[in-house]
Write a protein that binds this ligand. Structure first.
Ligand code: RB5
Length: 144
């Protein structure tokens, strides 16, 4: 199950993402928002992050205007690795190297054509499982 969340800046691109996931037959849960009315992106970042942390969803996609605010907010929750991607190279690398569990994009940054390729790359690329990457991910979670 893929957790989806956006603000008003990401709403329109999220509709394209949902149609694409429907075409691929991939299950998702939409945590909002549900219109282009102005909302606060941290609310949706937290909903998606919590759904992943509690096991309800395996991974997530977050979209705001730039992808920046919503990824910053999601990354405040320990265990979340939200990667803001504007190209397929980064989407592939962040899955292989960072085992990113959330893809973040900017609805005012990437067009739908590129965004859907980024989504496919992110969802279809497994974590490398390399020791060095596991070690680095564990270091991210270390507390001072
Ligand atoms: C909303 O106008 C905008 O600030 C938001 O979508 C996002 O880009 C924040 O980082």
């Amino acid at each position: 199950m893929i957790a989806l969340g956006c603000d008003h800046g990401g709403y329109e691109l999220m509709q394209e993402v949902k149609a694409h996931l429907d075409k691929r037959g991939l299950a998702y849960k939409d945590f909002g928002c549900y219109s282009t009315e102005s909302v606060d992106y941290p609310i949706y970042a937290r909903k998606v992050a919590k759904a992943i942390l509690n096991g309800e969803c395996e991974n997530g996609i977050l979209i705001c205007g730039t992808g920046i605010g919503i990824s910053i907010a999601a990354n405040k929750l320990p265990g979340i690795r939200a990667a803001l991607c504007t190209d397929c190279f980064c989407a592939q690398a962040t899955r292989e190297h960072n085992d990113a569990n959330i893809l973040a994009m900017g609805g005012r940054v990437v067009g739908a054509g590129l965004a859907l390729k980024i989504v496919d790359t992110f969802l279809d690329t497994p974590f490398s499982n390399d020791e060095r990457h596991k070690r680095r991910i564990a270091l991210i979670e270390e507390k001072d």
